[in-house]
Design a protein around this ligand. Structure first.
Ligand SMILES: Nc1ncnc2c1ncn2[C@@H]1O[C@H](COP(=O)(O)OP(=O)(O)O)[C@@H](O)[C@H]1O
Ligand SMILES: [Mg+2]
Length: 333
């Protein structure tokens, strides 16, 4: 259960073509993350799958059934939003039970499913509280609990962790990963945060302007980005793109050479030299920004204990097999 097949899906709002055309298959049980900059159409695509937006053309099938024209409730999907959308006057228990109550499920079944969700999400101590008496992370767990009790074919998440602070976000990331393991359900997860994408996804779909720039495992995207957009979107700090002419390196047609900050090192000699113009100390490591003239401003990751001052002249070296080459259109060679 939970295979989602999207074919030539488009969405226009008036004259604005938000999704010019997407085809994508999401396997049963897969954790698929849509990532991309703000406004690239992630939420629109998710809302189309959910049935909260009507497709302009194309089809969406869930487990072989064409759901393109069906109402959200008839698609056996559950959606979790960034704004938890809890009912403030209801207790946690009532919030979690709400969809089952509306569907007039038997009382015993409601009790059992609420208990199961509460256990899975560690909400037992809070079942009689109202949302106002919960922390942000607890509220988001209640929102997820409301989705879990419906036993949907797939879960759809739209930036569920964006309202949480950094520490809670990383706890919740682990919890969502565990939930995926426990339930084995298909999860489609939208985020603009590439760390969430990298840590949660079986497969990442990178979107830009309503188009798929690349879809693949986190490792595939990191090791072999298909274009400069993906190269600079995945990986933090982002990949340096150095004009080929400044390095004189690479296959015919290479216009830019991509080097990740972690693949560069300060060496006695190297193909790039420049002046250190800024340093950012992170503790374990040090971000060094080097003005390499025609090579541009290059960022490298050095060990935190490195003793370096702005203004120093340094040479940068790298292993050639760590270099990525892109043509003038930004496509990988
Ligand atoms: N109801 C709407 N009417 C008109 N334009 C919309 C509507 N919803 C979204 N858009 C536009 O579609 C684009 C994609 O939006 P969205 O899917 O929310 O992006 P994301 O979730 O990636 O930030 C944006 O330019 C947005 O302004
Ligand atoms: Mg959005």
């Amino acid at each position: 259960m939970g295979e989602i097949v999207i074919e030539r899906l488009t969405k226009h709002f008036g004259q604005t073509r938000v999704i010019p055309g997407i085809s994508l298959s999401i396997a049963q049980g897969e954790f698929c993350v849509f990532v991309g900059p703000s406004g690239c159409g992630k939420s629109t695509l998710l809302r189309l799958i959910a049935g909260l937006e009507t497709a302009t053309s194309g089809t969406i099938r869930i487990d072989g059934r064409d759901v393109t024209a069906l109402e959200p409730y008839d698609r056996s999907l559950s959606m979790v939003f960034q704004s938890y959308a809890l009912y403030p006057h209801m207790t946690v228990r009532e919030n979690i039970a709400f969809a089952l109550r509306t569907a007039k499920r038997p009382e015993a079944e409601i009790r059992e499913k609420v208990a199961e969700a509460a256990r899975m999400l560690q909400l037992d101590p809070y079942l009689d509280r109202r949302p106002a008496a919960l922390s942000g992370g607890q509220r988001q767990r209640v929102a997820i609990g409301r989705a879990v009790v419906r036993h949907p074919a797939a879960f759809l998440f739209d930036e569920p962790l964006s309202n949480l602070d950094a520490a809670l976000r990383s706890d919740m990331r682990l919890e969502i990963a565990r939930l995926h393991r426990d339930l084995g359900a298909t999860m489609v997860y939208v985020t603009h945060d590439q760390i969430e994408a990298m840590t949660l996804a079986d497969r990442i779909v990178v979107l830009n302007g309503g188009r798929i720039m690349q879809a693949g495992s986190p490792r595939e995207l990191y090791d072999r980005p298909a274009n400069t957009f993906v190269a600079q979107f995945i990986g933090s700090p982002r990949m340096n793109l150095i004009p080929q002419a400044a390095l004189g390196l690479g296959p015919a047609g290479a216009a830019q050479v991509g080097l990740r900050p972690e693949d560069l090192r300060i060496a006695p000699a190297g193909p790039l030299t420049g002046r250190v113009d800024a340093l950012e100390y992170h503790g374990a490591d040090l971000s060094v920004f080097v003005d390499c003239g025609a090579g541009g401003r290059v960022n490298l990751r050095a060990p935190g204990m490195l003793d370096l001052a702005p203004g120093a002249t340094v040479a940068l070296a790298f292993d050639q097999d760590r270099a990525h080459f892109f043509d003038a259109d930004g496509n990988r060679l």
